[in-house]
Design a protein around this ligand. Structure first.
Ligand code: DAK
Length: 262
Protein backbone atom coordinates (compact mmCIF):
# COMPACT_ATOMS: atom_id res chain seq x y z
CA UNK A 1 0.00 0.00 0.00
CA UNK A 2 2.70 2.43 -1.02
CA UNK A 3 6.10 3.12 0.46
CA UNK A 4 6.77 6.03 2.77
CA UNK A 5 9.73 7.80 4.33
CA UNK A 6 8.17 8.71 7.68
CA UNK A 7 5.50 6.02 8.00
CA UNK A 8 5.23 2.26 7.99
CA UNK A 9 2.00 0.70 6.75
CA UNK A 10 1.74 -3.03 7.37
CA UNK A 11 -0.95 -5.71 7.44
CA UNK A 12 0.29 -8.40 9.81
CA UNK A 13 -3.20 -9.95 10.05
CA UNK A 14 -5.80 -10.17 7.28
CA UNK A 15 -7.82 -6.95 7.31
CA UNK A 16 -5.85 -5.41 10.18
CA UNK A 17 -3.62 -2.53 9.11
CA UNK A 18 -0.96 -1.00 11.33
CA UNK A 19 0.11 2.54 10.53
CA UNK A 20 3.30 3.51 12.39
CA UNK A 21 4.57 7.08 12.60
CA UNK A 22 8.26 6.47 11.98
CA UNK A 23 10.47 9.51 12.72
CA UNK A 24 11.81 8.38 16.08
CA UNK A 25 14.78 10.80 16.03
CA UNK A 26 12.21 13.63 16.33
CA UNK A 27 9.87 11.62 18.59
CA UNK A 28 7.66 11.15 15.50
CA UNK A 29 6.83 14.88 15.35
CA UNK A 30 4.49 15.79 12.51
CA UNK A 31 6.19 17.80 9.78
CA UNK A 32 4.66 18.69 6.44
CA UNK A 33 6.16 15.66 4.69
CA UNK A 34 4.69 13.29 7.32
CA UNK A 35 1.26 14.91 7.07
CA UNK A 36 1.32 14.46 3.26
CA UNK A 37 2.28 10.79 3.67
CA UNK A 38 -0.39 10.30 6.30
CA UNK A 39 -2.95 11.67 3.85
CA UNK A 40 -1.84 9.22 1.14
CA UNK A 41 -1.85 6.28 3.57
CA UNK A 42 -5.33 7.08 4.84
CA UNK A 43 -6.61 7.29 1.26
CA UNK A 44 -5.07 3.88 0.51
CA UNK A 45 -6.74 2.35 3.56
CA UNK A 46 -10.09 3.96 2.69
CA UNK A 47 -9.89 2.36 -0.75
CA UNK A 48 -9.20 -1.14 0.63
CA UNK A 49 -12.48 -3.06 0.74
CA UNK A 50 -10.85 -5.82 2.81
CA UNK A 51 -9.76 -3.44 5.62
CA UNK A 52 -11.46 -4.17 8.95
CA UNK A 53 -9.48 -2.28 11.62
CA UNK A 54 -6.65 0.26 11.59
CA UNK A 55 -4.16 0.56 14.44
CA UNK A 56 -2.16 3.81 14.58
CA UNK A 57 1.04 3.85 16.61
CA UNK A 58 4.49 5.43 16.90
CA UNK A 59 7.95 3.91 16.40
CA UNK A 60 10.83 3.95 18.84
CA UNK A 61 9.21 3.21 22.20
CA UNK A 62 9.47 6.82 23.48
CA UNK A 63 6.64 8.56 21.68
CA UNK A 64 3.40 8.09 19.83
CA UNK A 65 3.84 11.61 18.40
CA UNK A 66 5.44 14.52 20.32
CA UNK A 67 3.36 17.08 18.43
CA UNK A 68 3.68 19.18 15.35
CA UNK A 69 7.31 19.67 14.32
CA UNK A 70 8.30 22.79 16.28
CA UNK A 71 11.57 23.23 14.37
CA UNK A 72 9.71 23.36 11.05
CA UNK A 73 6.78 25.37 12.42
CA UNK A 74 8.89 28.03 14.11
CA UNK A 75 9.41 30.04 10.92
CA UNK A 76 5.84 29.86 9.57
CA UNK A 77 4.03 33.00 8.55
CA UNK A 78 0.41 33.28 9.73
CA UNK A 79 -0.77 32.22 6.28
CA UNK A 80 1.55 29.18 6.25
CA UNK A 81 0.44 28.23 9.77
CA UNK A 82 -3.21 28.42 8.72
CA UNK A 83 -2.56 26.27 5.66
CA UNK A 84 -0.67 23.71 7.76
CA UNK A 85 -3.49 23.59 10.33
CA UNK A 86 -6.14 23.20 7.60
CA UNK A 87 -4.23 20.41 5.84
CA UNK A 88 -3.60 18.56 9.09
CA UNK A 89 -7.19 18.99 10.25
CA UNK A 90 -8.37 17.53 6.93
CA UNK A 91 -6.12 14.49 7.43
CA UNK A 92 -7.33 13.99 11.02
CA UNK A 93 -10.94 14.29 9.84
CA UNK A 94 -10.19 11.69 7.12
CA UNK A 95 -8.91 9.35 9.86
CA UNK A 96 -11.95 10.06 12.03
CA UNK A 97 -14.35 9.32 9.18
CA UNK A 98 -12.57 6.26 7.80
CA UNK A 99 -15.31 3.63 7.51
CA UNK A 100 -13.30 1.13 9.55
CA UNK A 101 -12.61 1.48 13.29
CA UNK A 102 -9.31 3.22 14.07
CA UNK A 103 -7.53 2.55 17.37
CA UNK A 104 -4.66 4.74 18.62
CA UNK A 105 -2.00 2.65 20.38
CA UNK A 106 -0.02 5.07 22.52
CA UNK A 107 3.32 4.13 24.09
CA UNK A 108 5.15 7.25 25.30
CA UNK A 109 4.39 10.90 24.51
CA UNK A 110 1.18 11.96 22.78
CA UNK A 111 1.53 15.72 23.00
CA UNK A 112 -0.06 18.57 21.08
CA UNK A 113 -0.73 17.35 17.55
CA UNK A 114 0.06 13.83 18.82
CA UNK A 115 -2.80 13.93 21.28
CA UNK A 116 -4.97 15.48 18.56
CA UNK A 117 -4.07 12.63 16.19
CA UNK A 118 -4.87 10.07 18.91
CA UNK A 119 -8.21 11.75 19.61
CA UNK A 120 -9.17 11.63 15.94
CA UNK A 121 -9.02 7.84 16.24
CA UNK A 122 -12.14 6.05 17.55
CA UNK A 123 -10.51 5.30 20.86
CA UNK A 124 -7.13 5.12 22.55
CA UNK A 125 -5.22 2.28 24.21
CA UNK A 126 -2.22 3.37 26.26
CA UNK A 127 0.82 1.86 27.91
CA UNK A 128 1.60 2.67 31.53
CA UNK A 129 4.36 5.00 30.31
CA UNK A 130 2.08 6.99 27.98
CA UNK A 131 1.93 10.75 28.58
CA UNK A 132 -0.76 12.99 27.10
CA UNK A 133 -1.11 16.75 26.92
CA UNK A 134 -1.79 19.88 24.90
CA UNK A 135 1.33 21.97 25.71
CA UNK A 136 0.83 24.52 22.92
CA UNK A 137 0.30 27.37 25.41
CA UNK A 138 3.88 26.81 26.61
CA UNK A 139 4.96 27.68 23.03
CA UNK A 140 2.74 30.75 22.95
CA UNK A 141 0.09 29.25 20.63
CA UNK A 142 -3.20 27.36 20.87
CA UNK A 143 -3.93 23.78 19.86
CA UNK A 144 -4.38 23.96 16.10
CA UNK A 145 -5.54 20.55 14.92
CA UNK A 146 -8.96 20.30 16.59
CA UNK A 147 -7.66 19.83 20.14
CA UNK A 148 -9.87 22.48 21.72
CA UNK A 149 -12.91 20.70 20.27
CA UNK A 150 -12.13 16.96 20.47
CA UNK A 151 -10.64 17.14 23.96
CA UNK A 152 -13.71 19.03 25.20
CA UNK A 153 -16.03 16.40 23.73
CA UNK A 154 -14.02 13.58 25.27
CA UNK A 155 -13.37 14.83 28.80
CA UNK A 156 -15.82 17.74 29.26
CA UNK A 157 -15.36 21.51 29.15
CA UNK A 158 -13.83 22.15 32.58
CA UNK A 159 -11.24 19.39 32.37
CA UNK A 160 -10.37 20.29 28.75
CA UNK A 161 -9.89 23.93 29.68
CA UNK A 162 -7.61 23.00 32.55
CA UNK A 163 -5.42 20.85 30.31
CA UNK A 164 -5.42 23.36 27.43
CA UNK A 165 -4.62 26.31 29.72
CA UNK A 166 -1.87 24.67 31.79
CA UNK A 167 -0.37 22.49 29.06
CA UNK A 168 0.49 20.00 31.78
CA UNK A 169 1.46 16.40 31.11
CA UNK A 170 -1.18 13.78 31.96
CA UNK A 171 0.05 10.30 32.80
CA UNK A 172 -1.76 7.19 31.62
CA UNK A 173 -3.55 6.47 34.90
CA UNK A 174 -5.04 9.95 35.00
CA UNK A 175 -5.91 9.78 31.29
CA UNK A 176 -7.92 6.66 32.11
CA UNK A 177 -9.89 8.39 34.87
CA UNK A 178 -10.51 11.38 32.56
CA UNK A 179 -12.00 9.10 29.90
CA UNK A 180 -9.32 10.10 27.40
CA UNK A 181 -8.15 6.49 27.02
CA UNK A 182 -10.13 3.24 27.12
CA UNK A 183 -7.49 0.95 28.66
CA UNK A 184 -3.96 1.09 30.08
CA UNK A 185 -1.57 -1.88 29.84
CA UNK A 186 2.05 -2.61 30.76
CA UNK A 187 4.17 -1.55 27.76
CA UNK A 188 4.99 -5.11 26.70
CA UNK A 189 1.28 -6.04 26.66
CA UNK A 190 0.07 -3.00 24.71
CA UNK A 191 0.45 -4.27 21.13
CA UNK A 192 -0.77 -7.82 21.89
CA UNK A 193 -3.84 -6.33 23.62
CA UNK A 194 -4.40 -3.95 20.70
CA UNK A 195 -4.30 -6.88 18.27
CA UNK A 196 -6.65 -8.94 20.45
CA UNK A 197 -9.12 -6.06 20.44
CA UNK A 198 -8.70 -5.49 16.70
CA UNK A 199 -9.31 -9.19 16.00
CA UNK A 200 -12.41 -9.25 18.19
CA UNK A 201 -13.84 -6.28 16.21
CA UNK A 202 -12.74 -7.80 12.87
CA UNK A 203 -14.70 -10.97 13.73
CA UNK A 204 -18.02 -9.06 13.91
CA UNK A 205 -20.27 -8.24 10.98
CA UNK A 206 -18.15 -5.71 9.04
CA UNK A 207 -21.08 -3.73 7.65
CA UNK A 208 -22.62 -3.52 11.13
CA UNK A 209 -19.33 -2.28 12.61
CA UNK A 210 -19.14 0.45 9.97
CA UNK A 211 -22.76 1.45 10.60
CA UNK A 212 -22.17 1.64 14.38
CA UNK A 213 -19.30 4.05 13.76
CA UNK A 214 -21.42 6.20 11.49
CA UNK A 215 -24.41 6.23 13.87
CA UNK A 216 -22.28 7.21 16.87
CA UNK A 217 -20.31 9.88 15.01
CA UNK A 218 -23.24 11.50 13.20
CA UNK A 219 -25.55 11.12 16.19
CA UNK A 220 -23.13 12.92 18.48
CA UNK A 221 -23.67 16.18 16.61
CA UNK A 222 -27.49 15.89 16.45
CA UNK A 223 -30.23 16.41 19.04
CA UNK A 224 -31.34 13.14 20.68
CA UNK A 225 -34.56 12.78 18.71
CA UNK A 226 -32.85 13.30 15.32
CA UNK A 227 -30.00 11.02 16.38
CA UNK A 228 -32.43 8.22 17.33
CA UNK A 229 -34.26 8.69 14.02
CA UNK A 230 -30.91 8.30 12.25
CA UNK A 231 -30.21 5.18 14.30
CA UNK A 232 -33.56 3.71 13.21
CA UNK A 233 -32.60 4.31 9.56
CA UNK A 234 -29.22 2.67 10.12
CA UNK A 235 -30.86 -0.26 11.93
CA UNK A 236 -33.26 -0.73 9.01
CA UNK A 237 -30.40 -0.61 6.53
CA UNK A 238 -28.75 -3.49 8.38
CA UNK A 239 -31.69 -5.71 7.37
CA UNK A 240 -30.85 -5.24 3.69
CA UNK A 241 -27.45 -6.93 4.11
CA UNK A 242 -26.24 -10.47 3.54
CA UNK A 243 -24.41 -10.15 6.87
CA UNK A 244 -27.73 -9.76 8.75
CA UNK A 245 -29.11 -12.91 7.12
CA UNK A 246 -25.93 -14.86 7.84
CA UNK A 247 -25.52 -13.51 11.38
CA UNK A 248 -29.05 -14.38 12.47
CA UNK A 249 -29.11 -17.74 10.64
CA UNK A 250 -25.78 -18.67 12.27
CA UNK A 251 -27.26 -17.90 15.70
CA UNK A 252 -30.25 -20.13 14.99
CA UNK A 253 -27.98 -22.89 13.59
CA UNK A 254 -25.69 -22.58 16.66
CA UNK A 255 -22.58 -22.00 14.52
CA UNK A 256 -20.08 -19.19 13.98
CA UNK A 257 -21.18 -16.65 11.36
CA UNK A 258 -19.25 -16.34 8.11
CA UNK A 259 -19.76 -12.70 7.27
CA UNK A 260 -19.53 -11.56 3.64
CA UNK A 261 -19.07 -7.82 4.19
CA UNK A 262 -22.13 -6.95 2.13
N1 DAK B 1 9.03 18.98 17.16
C1 DAK B 1 10.29 18.81 16.72
N2 DAK B 1 11.21 18.09 17.35
C2 DAK B 1 10.86 17.52 18.52
C3 DAK B 1 9.55 17.65 19.06
C4 DAK B 1 8.62 18.42 18.32
N3 DAK B 1 7.34 18.57 18.71
N4 DAK B 1 9.51 16.98 20.23
C5 DAK B 1 10.74 16.45 20.40
N5 DAK B 1 11.53 16.76 19.38
C6 DAK B 1 12.92 16.37 19.19
C7 DAK B 1 13.84 17.16 20.13
O1 DAK B 1 14.11 18.43 19.63
C8 DAK B 1 15.04 16.26 20.18
O2 DAK B 1 15.80 16.45 18.99
P1 DAK B 1 17.38 16.74 19.04
O3 DAK B 1 17.53 17.93 19.91
O4 DAK B 1 17.95 15.48 19.64
O5 DAK B 1 17.75 16.96 17.60
C9 DAK B 1 14.43 14.85 20.10
O6 DAK B 1 13.13 15.02 19.54
C10 DAK B 1 14.27 14.21 21.47
O7 DAK B 1 13.59 15.11 22.30
P2 DAK B 1 14.13 15.58 23.75
O8 DAK B 1 15.62 15.54 23.78
O9 DAK B 1 13.46 16.85 24.09
O10 DAK B 1 13.59 14.39 24.64
P3 DAK B 1 13.13 14.44 26.19
O11 DAK B 1 12.88 13.03 26.58
O12 DAK B 1 14.10 15.29 26.99
O13 DAK B 1 11.72 15.24 26.18
C11 DAK B 1 9.51 15.73 25.38
C12 DAK B 1 10.65 14.68 25.53
C13 DAK B 1 8.42 15.14 24.52
C14 DAK B 1 8.94 16.04 26.79
C15 DAK B 1 10.10 17.03 24.79
O14 DAK B 1 10.80 16.69 23.58
C16 DAK B 1 9.05 18.02 24.41
O15 DAK B 1 8.50 18.73 25.27
N6 DAK B 1 8.75 18.15 23.11
C17 DAK B 1 7.82 19.13 22.61
C18 DAK B 1 6.42 18.70 22.93
C19 DAK B 1 5.43 19.74 22.49
O16 DAK B 1 5.46 20.89 22.91
N7 DAK B 1 4.54 19.32 21.60
C20 DAK B 1 3.52 20.20 21.05
C21 DAK B 1 4.05 20.82 19.81
S1 DAK B 1 2.95 22.06 19.18
C22 DAK B 1 -1.31 25.50 14.84
C23 DAK B 1 -1.20 25.83 16.16
C24 DAK B 1 -0.54 25.02 16.98
C25 DAK B 1 0.01 23.85 16.53
C26 DAK B 1 -0.13 23.53 15.23
C27 DAK B 1 -0.79 24.32 14.38
N8 DAK B 1 -1.96 26.41 13.97
C28 DAK B 1 -2.85 27.39 14.51
C29 DAK B 1 -1.57 26.42 12.60
C30 DAK B 1 0.78 23.12 17.46
C31 DAK B 1 0.80 21.88 17.49
C32 DAK B 1 1.75 21.17 18.33
O17 DAK B 1 1.67 20.02 18.35
Amino acid sequence: MGSYENLLLESPDPGIHVLTLNRPRALNALNRATIAELHAAVQAIAADAEARVLLVTGAGGRAFVAGADIKEMQGYTAIEAQAFARRTMAVLRAIETLPVPVIAVVDGYALGGGNELAMSCDFILASERAVFGQPEVSLGVTAGFGGTQRLTRLVGRARALELLMTGRHVEAAEALTLGLVNHVYPAQDLMPEAFALARSIAAQGPVAVRLVKEAVQRGQDLDLDSACQFEAQVFGLGFSTADQKEGMQAFIDKRAAQFLNR
